[in-house]
Design a protein around this ligand. Sequence first.
Ligand code: GDP
Length: 344
Amino acid sequence: RKAAAQAATSKEDLRSPICCIMGHVDTGKTKLLDKIRQTSVQEGEAGGITQQIGATFFPKQAILEKTAVVNKDGSYEIKIPGLLIIDTPGHESFRNMRSRGSSLCNIAILVVDITHGLEPQTIESLNLLRDRKTPFIVALNKIDRCYGWEPVPNGGFRESLAKQSKSTKSEFDDRVRKTILAFAEQGLNAKLFDENDDLRRNLSLVPTSAITGEGIPDMLMLLVKLTQERMSGNLMFMGELEATVLEVKVIEGLGTTIDVILSNGRLSEGDKIVLCGQDGQPVSAYVRHPEVKAALGVKISAPGLERALGGCRLYVAHDDDEVEVYKDMALEDLSDLSRFINPK
Ligand code: GDP
């Protein structure tokens, strides 16, 4: 087992980072995700995008395809094997995880509506990201709402902007200026992404449209750069198991299932998982699925899972002693969680 654990941290074993999408309601989070999922590679094909429970996995091939217009000669090398985007920021267990400051997300996209600027939930998300020191970028969405905008479907941002009339450009510039000022009021030095020469110090704004797809290639490219340049070494590589229960659901024919985000490590057939139950008792079950590797979303079905609690971590035990240790850890998670659910 030790040998297996060492092999798991090998430097060749790159891990796909996890990205969260946050922001005020109606800024276009759902639409942006829909747009980046559209691809010529079909789901199920090698290199295709797969929509998983509460998350979408973009393999390297799909990222290459979607960033081609802004990385024409392939001069920027994409090293990550893929990107997992968590797309259910609304639900309860995610809120628990957010307040617990979980390490679930490695990077984030904060979506701002360019016609509205910073809104209350934008500031709330911003503060959460800052507290957790999660690197993030801003998608300055709905640029097509600038008066007279001439769309260049799925175009790179600069190419699109160059096509706009003088008055449309000036409205755009004005809105960007206002947004930069609003971020400055929050103590952040924001710059347009291609004018930002220091990803560590300045926040990058990527103008996008979830309707026309403009700026989305730039946004994906920037996410890759942010991960490759800002995620510390260890985070980039496969390490110990880290998994969180996103949701507990009853599915006809399957019984109670749990949707799990595997953010690090692997889950293999025969592994005994341990997690906390709603009643304060630990729940355990066996994995009956060929090996899966982080990062991805998996659905697990097993008897006993009806007591599982969303937002909890999931552990894998290899023998009875470990089962006992992890049961205690699972219960500690529960007391942590209940503090946030019923803060007193
Ligand atoms: P969410 O609440 O952040 O997930 O926002 P949605 O994705 O549901 O979008 C809210 C509304 O804004 C919908 O009517 C979308 O069609 C619209 N919308 C989203 N993105 C854009 C955009 O880039 N341009 C325009 N014109 N409308 C957008």
